[in-house]
Each structure stands twice: as structure tokens, then as C-alpha cells.
Design a protein around this ligand. Sequence first.
Ligand code: ATP
Ligand code: MG
Length: 420
Amino acid sequence: MSKYIYGIDFGTTNSAISIIDSSSNEIIKTYSESSLIFFPQLKNSRSPLIHFVGEQAIEKYIENKMKGRFMKSIKRVLPRSGFKETRVYNKKLKAEDLVCIILKHLKEKADAFIGEDVRKAVLGRPVVFDENPEKDQLAQDRLEKAAKLAGFEEIAFQMEPIAAAFTYERIISKDEMVLVADMGGGTSDFTLMKLSPSKLKKTNRKEDIIGQGGIYIGGDNFDSSIMWNKGTYHFGRGLTYKDFDTTVEVPRSFYLNICSWEKMNFFDSIKLQNALDKFYYLTGEAPRFKNLVRLVRNNLGYSIFQKIEKAKIGLSENDSVNFKFAHSGIDFDEAISIEEFSTEIVNDDVNKIRLYLLDFLQRSKVSPLEIDTVFMTGGTSMVKPIRNFMIELFGENTVKSRDNFNSVANGLAYSHVLFF
Ligand SMILES: Nc1ncnc2c1ncn2[C@@H]1O[C@H](COP(=O)(O)OP(=O)(O)OP(=O)(O)O)[C@@H](O)[C@H]1O
Ligand SMILES: [Mg+2]
């Protein structure tokens, strides 16, 4: 029996695997990787389908001149009951097959490091995959199937923010009431928990968890809003054409689709390209609409979202950034100030998260004053309007953050004592 167990945080944007030695309870290594898959175009219909994961997916996508299928934010597909499978060239892939590709990649890296085929893992899951319990269960079932396909035999699930709480618990020196806020790419999850350095080895922590909840809004939504507010104009949003006597706007659905990775992952390009050709003609070959045709035809979805994410991350440090995109004849440069970002672009989503948190605290019957520490983790915890409202609610000295990208995977690995 191997003494090693893995903690696996399959994230919307980033995934991580932590290897723990269960005899010493020490984490010996953590690997992380972007949750991206790239399938290069096939030479012919009988060629085997190959794929690349993470940073290599980006490299190969560029090397292949953006020809192929690029998938991002696959975690968002897990609760979608309407999604059965997607055809990628000559293969049909279900949600669990897509997730398996990423889990297997992480497992192989970790197995190679310790030289063993480890079969035991604690997998993270958000507090809420979906408000609908059936869809929520579907998401977890698919994740479990993916883990089995990847070669795991003993699988346990732990809520992602509870895992982060366990990581934080290892560095405290006194008992604390802690609010963990795990702000990721897909979800913002909260857990209220009593933590104590004396409880590190306790195997039942149910009574210490005061409340947990989550909302399906994260950094991906901010990227979509940047695309909607600052990008879609350049792809023809608002353009009109004449249908006999009436003036009609080009379909908004084009623009909703290019703002969302859930849609973009599964673009049916032939149908879409025909529709694009039709509206390009109807708009009198408007240059802005031509940009949309170029975006889809050249498969530039990932390239443009890289620029968007860069602009958003820039706003965590600077008061203004430029969202520039120049590719295949598309060329624009939009300035975004932190003011515009906070009050016009992400304000609705940030406000939903804030109201959700206030309601969560009320339901948990805990006032902000009773909270000793707010432990923020996840990439989106660095977004200024998010940090600002947290500091406003809890005070500057209460809000702490540390290791935004590995806390969950490490905590999942520490959680093994609860399950195995
Ligand atoms: N410095 C930064 N400022 C603002 N946002 C950032 C920063 N760094 C990363 N992000 C954003 O954080 C998100 C990724 O965070 P994280 O890796 O915690 O998410 P995840 O675990 O993949 O998602 P989830 O937990 O929701 O499944 C992305 O939306 C990314 O753009
Ligand atoms: Mg996460």
C-alpha cells in the first residue's frame, strides 16, 4: 500500500496536485498547470486525435497557427445537463473525458516524481457547482468518473474552501474564527470555520464548520464583461441592416457567444461561418463585422482572452491599462481605468458577490465583528473592487491572503486524514 496520497484541485483556470506522505503528513511536492486543452487539427480523418495540456497547449496552439480546437474553463461544463458530448474531429468526447485529460496529466507528473502509480486522491469541489441539486450531483458524478478514468480507485471529495481553511490552520498560533473566501475563475466560495492549532490531527471537523456557501461568479465573468464592454463593439455589436422597411440589429447572440468560453469551446464552426457570411453581406460588408469573421475564422478566441486577462490582472496593480489586440487584420486599443472597471464593467458581478456574502453571514448568524481573520485565496482575490469591499466589511488587518494558487490543493492533501 502506497503511503502517498494526492490532493487535486481541478480549477476553472488553474489546476494543482499536491503529493502528501501520509505517514509524516508532510506535503512533498505541488505541481500546478493551467486547465487548458488543445487538440491540433488532424492531417486526415484517420489520424489519431492528440492533445496537449496547460502551458504546452498554448505553445502548440501558437505553433499550429491557431488551427485546432482550444478548450478553456472546462469545469463550467460539469453541471450542464444539456451537454452530452462534443465531437472533436474523429472522436466524441463526454465531459468526463475532457476532465480526465487534465487529471491524468497531473497524475502522470506526480507519479513520475515519486516513481509510483498512486490510486488514492482527495478531489476538491466548489461549495456550489449549481443551485439545482440534480445538476450539482451530476457535476460531482462526472468529476468522479473522470478521476476513475484517470486511474484513481479510492476517491474522496472535499469542499475547496474547507481545504483552504486547513492550509491556513497550519500557520496559526491561537484559536480563530475564520472566514475563508476562495475567489477563483468560476466560483466565489465561502466557509466560516473555527480553526485551532490543536485540532490539526482531528478526524471529524463537522462541528467546527459554522457555514458554507458559494456563488457561481468568478474571474471568468469579469473577463466576459471586459469583452462585452470593451471588445464586442470592435466586432460589430450594434451594427444594423435593412430588412425591407425596418432597421434590424445584427444578432446579439454572436456577441454573447464570443464572451463566453462555455459557448466558444463548442463552436459549431460551419453553421456559424455560414451565418457570419450572411450577416457580413447584410451589413454591407461593415469593417467591424469583418473583424468578427476574422476572429472566428482564425480561431482567435484564446488569443483575445489572453489579452483581456492581462488587462484585468494589470488593473490589480495599476490605475489604468490598455486592452490592445492586433491580429489577422483586427486592430484596436482600448484604455480601461480602474474607475471604469470597478463602476461600469464588473460592478454588477462584484455587487452580487458582496450581497451573497452579507446574506451568507446573516444565515450563519455571525457578524463581521466576530470574525478574527478573513483568509482570501484564489486569483480573483487580487481584484481591487473585491479586495476593497472585503476590507470595508472586515477591516484592513483582518483580511489576509497567502499562496493564492496552491492553498486548496495543499488543504485537499491534508484532508486525507478525514477520509482514508
Ligand atoms: N493578479 C491577478 N489579479 C486579478 N485576477 C487574477 C490575478 N491572477 C489571476 N487572476 C484571475 O484569477 C482566476 C483564477 O484563479 P484560480 O486559479 O484561483 O481559479 P480556479 O481555481 O481555476 O477556479 P475555480 O476555483 O473557480 O474553479 C482567473 O480568472 C484569473 O484571471
Ligand atoms: Mg479554485
